[in-house]
Write a protein that binds this ligand. Structure first.
Ligand code: GLN
Length: 477
């Protein structure tokens, strides 16, 4: 077994027992990246030297018998929309091709305190807008299970890096499914925390009322270790808070689980439906109760998400105007300031980003605001209320993560709508601000199928506990 194949938990035990060194562990990941990333394309930047020197420092501490944090010496990969001081942060956009971060994101600051090893920055869809990484301004990430297929998105680089054993775990961000959907398509664990559970200070903003940073990992236990390290209130993010003490966590046998009937829709891939239903059947055989529930406004979720997230994106991305960050009028043709804005944005933003800015600007414009943005916000409230009602009836909700298996590269690039459908089961959870974890449920046609556990706000602990239990039932580890 190569060291890069270890779980975080196992690696930590071996580090503390001094069976392995952090240096060897990091070297193993770097070798794996060197051997496989030409094909996979998960990384946009690799920090070879820094990673090795970070690892050595941890080894010295272990030798000196100093106390080390739970993630000390553990090599992780970071999505390239999270700032690490002094390093590039492109959000996979040409407009930020030359941008270097001037400070650490709060999650990075926390991980640095723990002496985590950062291997590099991973690929994504430009500004996290997409479901396949094909919208990256630099490269497409390939699915390690079948390299003719996408890794999902937008955190496709992080998911693929974990699956390919290039790292022990990774950070991603989830605005409408970007951690869970690639986790599902690659066959790893991905967790989107409750809105507010993790600070977004230093995350390049896409849609601020949705964005959350979360872990991708090989196992549920590993995802929990990363989540514990990054969570918590931060004075630099006014939306962050301390997770309240959870009510008593129930034993698996006392848990009531709901399966929403609206999450098995026309058009979903039959193999996914069959596999998820089989998994739910297995869960039913081993847990107290599974009941059908209804989330009646689900069918409006995608439209509401597209409108609100695009509206917020159009405002957030206004700052990339060629006068502050990143590239400016690359061909040096502009004669006026307005020209400079047009040339910078016209040439450096990709097609999908422009589409979102146009949809968002339209939805927010006077005359259309009530019909689109305001209405979408009202739908958001109804969706949140659907979940509130459901959580009076059940403790957790089980649902498919993605309506389809990893699709072929190029299959959906001509049709934005069919790409948006990838998010049909994930966006409601972001609209409601809830936590959700996607984990492997099995395989269909040789490809991984994911299932998500959705919990009420701040029920992260309960989700992890249930997920660890369900992990024993999965056939795809
Ligand atoms: N795929 C979704 C989108 O394109 C979600 C993206 C995300 O969560 N960042 O908007």
């Amino acid at each position: 077994m190569e060291l890069s194949q270890l779980t975080i938990k196992a690696a930590r035990e071996k580090l503390l027992a001094r069976e392995i060194s952090a240096l060897e562990l990091t070297q193993s990941c770097l070798e794996k990246i060197a051997a496989s990333d030409k094909e996979i394309g998960a990384f946009l930047d690799v920090f070879e030297e820094q990673a090795l020197s970070q690892a050595k420092q941890v080894d010295d501490k272990i030798k000196a018998k100093e106390r080390i944090g739970p993630l000390a010496g553990i090599p992780l990969a970071i999505k390239d929309n999270i700032l690490i001081e002094g390093e590039q942060c492109t959000a996979a956009s040409q407009i930020l091709a030359n941008y270097r971060a001037s400070y650490d994101a709060t999650v990075i600051r926390k991980l640095k305190k723990e002496e985590t090893v950062f291997l590099g920055k991973t690929n994504l869809d430009e500004f996290a807008m997409g479901s396949s990484t094909e919208n990256s301004g630099f490269q497409t990430t390939r699915n390690p299970n079948d390299t003719s297929r996408v890794a999902g998105g937008s955190s496709g680089g992080s998911a693929a890096a974990v699956k390919a054993d290039q790292c022990l775990g990774a950070l991603g961000s989830d605005t409408g499914g970007s951690i869970r959907q690639p986790a599902s398509l690659c066959g790893v664990v991905g967790m989107k925390p409750s809105y507010g559970a993790v600070s977004r200070h230093g995350l390049i903003a896409f849609a601020s009322s949705f964005d959350q940073i979360g872990p991708l990992a090989k196992t549920v236990a590993d995802a929990e270790i990363i989540f514990e390290a990054i969570k918590g209130k931060d004075s630099n993010d006014a939306t962050s808070l301390t997770i309240p003490q959870e009510k008593k966590i129930k034993k698996p046998s006392e848990i009531r689980i709901g399966v929403p009937k609206e999450y098995f829709v026309e058009g979903m891939e039959k193999a996914v439906e069959k596999n998820v239903k089989q998994f739910i059947h297995k869960v039913e055989g081993s847990l107290a109760s599974i009941e059908e529930i209804s989330l009646p406004h689900t069918k409006y979720a995608l439209a509401s998400y597209v409108l609100i997230s695009a509206s917020e994106a159009s405002a957030n991305l206004a700052r990339y105007d060629g006068t502050r960050y990143g590239l400016s009028d690359p061909k040096n043709e502009a004669l006026t300031l307005k020209d400079l804005y047009f040339k910078t944005r016209g040439e450096c933003f990709g097609e999908e980003v422009k589409r979102r800015i146009m949809i968002g600007s339209y939805a927010l414009s006077s005359g259309y605001y009530d019909a689109y943005y305001l209405k979408a916000q009202k739908v958001r409230t109804l969706i949140r209320q659907d979940f509130e009602k459901a959580f009076q009836q059940v403790d957790f909700i089980l649902a498919p993560t993605s309506p389809f298996l990893a699709f072929k590269i190029g299959e959906k690039t001509d049709n934005a709508l069919s790409m948006y459908l990838a998010d049909i089961f994930t966006v409601s959870i972001n609209l409601a601000g809830l936590p959700s974890l996607s984990m492997p449920a099995g395989r269909a046609n040789g490809l991984p199928v994911g299932i998500q556990i959705i919990g009420d706000r701040f029920q992260e602990k309960g989700i992890f506990k249930l997920a660890s239990f369900l992990e024993q039932l999965t056939t795809d580890k």
